[in-house]
Write a protein that binds this ligand. Structure first.
Ligand code: ZN
Length: 361
């Protein structure tokens, strides 16, 4: 059977493929740190060489205003075959805090059948899984597809130059659909997974300004409202007791989940047991009328992901800040959500003096 020949190839080449991954993981391609510029180039070259060695054509390292994109194509599927663009990224986050690592972040270590290194799961592992899957098939079978690879080096810094790159290379990158191996992951080792959509993101920073400067709490405590308290109240009121977001209009454009989609999501293993086990949290939380898979897949959310205010001294701080991160679903618009947030917090703002600034989305 044709399927088994590619799988057999992967089994026979397992040791080599694993060593390749280890080689790539050893390159500290930290995109945000200029000290690793050379490593970024090394990782790009490593991937370009890998693609060439497995028979991918027209492999190029294409410059952007930042880190380069590795491109390659395998168009032997024929002109009538659909073309898939496979996306990956070779950059990683910096590994701090180092004391949380049991092994060195750039010295891959295998423990309990898992490979630990910075970038092993985001996403050098997935990138090479996709690359090697293509290798296995083109070496052993007829692949009824054309493949293009786009592997960028700036995902961890917001894909700053990718839009520009896509526009500039529109013709070269033309495809019928794309596969992003960075998305979703697999729920477990036994469940093959294709993630067909992800929620979008919008982030805002809210600054609450109170007095002009920090004030001694002995002199002013009792007459000046504390920005930390104001912001905490606002954060506490972001959700009602059932976990619904209270921003006015937040759910207006959210699509209803139809019965078929609900049934599909109910088949996913993301149930309470799974989520408790993997999160280590003591209990689940959130909208009770939706199953967990819907709450993490099809419902929009607002989270406060950072809260900065105050110092260890007896003072009422001048300012408190929080970073809000929204997960948005189809038809929601980041600018609209931003406006809704402003409107919802107007009343509180009018009393305290405030600034709500958009950070990025
Ligand atoms: Zn990633």
């Amino acid at each position: 059977m044709s399927q088994s020949s590619a799988l057999k190839y992967l089994e026979e080449n397992h040791a080599r493929i694993q060593n390749e991954l280890i080689e790539l993981l050893r390159i500290p391609s930290i995109s945000h740190d200029p000290a690793h510029k050379v490593d970024m180039g090394k990782a790009a070259h490593w991937l370009a060489n890998k693609l060439r060695a497995m028979g991918v054509n027209n492999v190029e390292i294409l410059p952007t205003a930042g880190h380069s994109v590795v491109y390659g194509e395998w168009l032997s599927g024929g002109t009538s075959a659909p073309t898939v663009l496979i996306y990956g990224h070779y950059d990683v986050q910096s590994p701090e805090p180092l004391e949380d690592w049991k092994s060195q972040p750039f010295e891959p270590d295998i423990r309990n059948n898992n490979l630990y290194a910075r970038g092993s799961s985001d996403m050098k592992g997935q990138t090479l899984a996709a690359v090697n899957a293509v290798e296995a098939i083109i070496k052993t079978e007829d692949l009824p597809l054309n493949i293009k690879f786009l592997i960028e080096g700036e995902e961890e810094i917001g894909s700053k130059h990718l839009n520009e790159f896509l526009v500039a290379h529109r013709e070269k990158l033309k495809c019928d659909f794309s596969l992003n191996a960075d998305a979703g992951g697999m729920p477990d080792a036994e469940t093959p997974t294709i993630c067909y959509s992800l929620r979008g993101g919008a982030s805002f920073i809210l600054n609450i300004f109170g007095p002009n400067q920090d004030l001694h709490s002995g002199e002013y405590g009792g007459v000046i409202q504390n920005p930390i308290h104001v912001l905490s109240k606002l954060i506490a009121d972001l959700h009602d007791k059932h976990g619904h977001v209270t921003l006015l209009g937040f759910y207006d454009k959210v699509r209803k989940i139809d019965a078929e989609e609900h049934a599909e999501m109910a088949r996913l293993p993301f149930d309470e047991t799974f989520l408790l086990k993997h999160s280590g949290a003591p209990a689940l939380w959130g909208e009770p009328e939706f199953i967990p898979a819907e709450r993490i897949g099809a419902r929009p959310t607002v989270e406060v992901v950072m809260f900065t205010a105050g110092q260890p001294k007896s003072a009422i701080p001048a300012k408190a800040s929080a970073r809000f991160a929204c997960r948005l679903v189809p038809d929601q618009d980041a600018n609209e959500i931003h406006q809704q947030s402003r409107a919802s917090h107007c009343e509180m703002g009018a009393r305290t003096g405030w600034r709500w600034s958009r950070y990025y989305y």
